[in-house]
Design a binder for this molecule. Structure first.
Ligand code: HEM
Length: 211
């Protein structure tokens, strides 16, 4: 609900923020531990998790926790990420966004088309990582899959991880690049000016609700 005092709007509840940051920390730990298992040149990263053996043991368990926390984010946010005709128009004029001239693109709702693409990519890649990870989890589920399936799973797991890491880097870059966005996920609120500039349709809806 929109708060009218001081031109500030609520964007994320404390629950959503805690959920997001737990997920972000788990995903970063998964990326670091996963990279240490991926290639010998990155093995030194396993020191962060207590050495190679511990890294191999805890990586899948962190994966299970990350899936659960991502599920929490998915349940909270999927409906705001449904694709609309405005999103297609937004994507077609994305060059104006990159040039810092958002006045020339259709007004965005709670999320713009770029954020929605990131959201659905994160969701699909997370599912691929879960399925391929479970297929390779020998200590718990090894008897359920054949050697050939485990080999295929290893390729799918590594490829999905590379793409997800790239998507997360884009997500972090965009959050920093659009000034005033990070405070939404730290303090839970954004300024009216930020909403007017980047998510005008959402601002109109929130002001309408407040009236
Ligand atoms: C240090 C790392 C991260 C930073 C700084 C960051 C920052 C942010 C910020 C500022 C928002 C709010 C955007 C807005 O209100 O417009 C957000 C939303 C979100 N973030 Fe992150 N994030 C990080 C890592 C992650 C990771 C690793 C994931 C999952 C793989 C993730 C998933 C999400 C999701 C699902 C949303 C809701 C946006 C939507 O539904 O489209 N974030 N993040």
């Amino acid at each position: 609900m929109a708060e009218q005092q001081d031109n500030i709007l609520d964007r994320y509840t404390p629950g959503a923020r805690v959920n997001h940051w737990i997920n972000a920390m788990l995903m970063i730990c998964l990326a670091l531990s996963g990279m240490s298992l991926f290639h010998p040149s990155l093995f030194f990263l396993s020191d962060l998790f207590g050495g190679g053996v511990w890294t191999r043991i805890i990586h899948p368990w962190m994966g299970v926790l990350a899936i659960l926390s991502f599920l929490g984010l998915f349940i909270r946010f999927w409906r705001f990420n449904l694709w609309t005709a405005d999103d297609t128009a937004w994507i077609k004029s994305v060059r104006h966004v990159v040039a810092g001239d958002e006045a020339k693109v259709p007004e965005a709702g709670k999320y713009n088309a770029g954020q929605k693409l990131v959201f659905w990519l994160m969701s699909m890649l997370t599912i691929l990582l879960l399925m391929s990870g479970l297929a390779m989890w020998d200590s718990q589920l090894g008897h359920l899959t054949s050697i050939e399936q485990k080999r295929l799973a290893a390729v799918v797991h590594a490829l999905s991880a590379v793409v997800l890491i790239a998507v997360v880097i884009v997500h972090i870059y965009a959050a920093i690049w659009i000034r005033g966005t990070i405070r939404g996920m730290t303090r839970g609120s954004v300024t009216g000016g930020w909403a007017w500039r980047h998510h005008r349709k959402w601002l109109r809806e929130e002001v309408g609700k407040a009236k």
